[in-house]
Design a protein around this ligand. Sequence first.
Ligand code: FES
Length: 137
Amino acid sequence: MKDKEYTLYNETVMDHFLNPRNMGDVNEADGVGEVGAAACGDIMKISLKIRDGKIEDARFKTFGCGSAIASSSMATELIKGRTLEEAKNFSNQEVVEALGGLPPVKIHCSVLAEEALKAAIEDYEAKQAAKAEAVAA
Ligand code: FES
């Protein structure tokens, strides 16, 4: 019988899984995005504080697997200080590279981080548009 092959997580992934950065909710968030992966049922929420068109703070809450936790931890680290335009071009590939790689079956966990970030930016922009409309009315 052929031995089973196990794919191990690298040290960076394990570090972000065991010592997640930016866990929790931003106080009085300007934008919040929550997304889920239909395939596994994992859920990720990212909240943002935005000042002068830049992401001042980013935090996450993830109900999911270790690589989803590591991905959201790394994504929130990477996007802090970026402009909204830069953040809109953020891709899960950047998370995968910063983590030093993820097993192929776990790539979708990093996609969740990209989607949660973009949902939070959309939420922020929708709120800004609603505010502008209220002022104009
Ligand atoms: Fe689905 Fe990780 S297994 S987010």
